[in-house]
Ligand binder design. Structure first.
Ligand code: ATP
Ligand code: MG
Length: 260
């Protein structure tokens, strides 16, 4: 089967600094990819390039059979197909939860209000937040707001979801509820690209770990190989801080979330 997403010889500079260097990465429909690597290695930039928030320098980036680096790409349209959730949730403070969720489907996608609302309510139920439908963002915890941000993205019916450290700003007790939502999407077969520092989660959820350093991909392996037998000295060094993860029980078969 053809890849849904394919970076080929992909390069990105900020000024003189090359932050992505010859990236070759294929993602198939339904795959769950976790991107790991030290701070500044280019993880966020890679995801941002995929939805046109950063402009590529050269190479190729194919999505669903289309070359996105061609002139004339409609990035607004691409962003309906590829949802992205960040560390901060950016909900509109003056709108309640339901209105936040319906903004994209009604204003951008011009969908039928009842159909969009039914979907939004079903997704709210799925993340356990039906009772927050009429609440305003300030009345919600960080973990609840982040789950709403995920639902807001899902309401656009994307083909792929990108998650960039979505739990990094949350109190520890709220991390699990957000990771469980992502775990559920993975279990349902959604295509996911995830940047996270939650190593146990990465090991449990990923079909493949992509390890980056200095703007390059150094390793791509299934998590059971990456965490127990990393191939490069750089990955070994990176993983030393997380040595407990290799000792965790094998969870990738069941894809059950084994948090710390
Ligand atoms: N808008 C920008 N202008 C200039 N340089 C940038 C910009 N955004 C990122 N960089 C640089 O590009 C490199 C890659 O940054 P990026 O944010 O992609 O790293 P990261 O792997 O996501 O790091 P972290 O784990 O800290 O989030 C870094 O050296 C960073 O300083
Ligand atoms: Mg980042």
């Amino acid at each position: 089967m053809n890849a849904l997403i394919e970076f080929k010889g992909f390069n990105k500079f900020f000024g003189e600094q090359q932050v992505l260097n010859g990236i070759d990465l294929q993602v198939k429909t339904g795959e769950v990819i976790v991107i790991l690597g030290p701070s500044g290695c280019g993880k966020s930039t890679l995801l941002r390039c995929l939805i046109g928030l950063e402009v590529a320098h050269s190479g190729s980036l194919n999505f669903a059979g289309r070359e996105l680096l061609d002139k004339g790409t409609d990035w607004r349209e691409v962003r309906q197909q590829i949802g992205m959730v960040f560390q901060s949730y950016h909900l509109f403070p003056h709108m309640n939860v339901l209105d936040n969720l319906l903004l994209g489907p009604l204003k951008v996608q011009k969908r039928d209000r009842r159909e969009a609302r039914d979907q939004a309510e079903a997704l709210l139920a799925r993340v356990g937040l039906s009772d927050k439908r009429d609440a305003f963002p300030r009345q919600l915890s960080g973990g609840q707001q982040q789950r709403i941000a995920i639902v807001r993205s899902l309401c656009m019916n994307p083909q792929v979801m990108l998650f960039d450290e979505v739990t990094a700003a949350l109190d520890p007790e709220m991390v699990k509820e957000v990771l469980e939502v992502i775990q559920g999407l993975a279990r349902d077969g959604m295509t996911l690209l995830i940047v996270t520092h939650e190593m146990a989660f990465a090991r449990a959820v990923a079909d493949r770990i992509v390890f980056m350093d200095g703007g390059r991909i150094l390793e791509q392996n299934p998590p059971e190989i990456f965490f127990t037998n990393p191939q490069t000295a750089r990955a070994q060094q990176f993983l030393e801080k997380f040595s407990y993860v290799a000792a965790l029980p094998q969870t990738t078969q069941t894809k059950e979330l084994e948090l710390l």
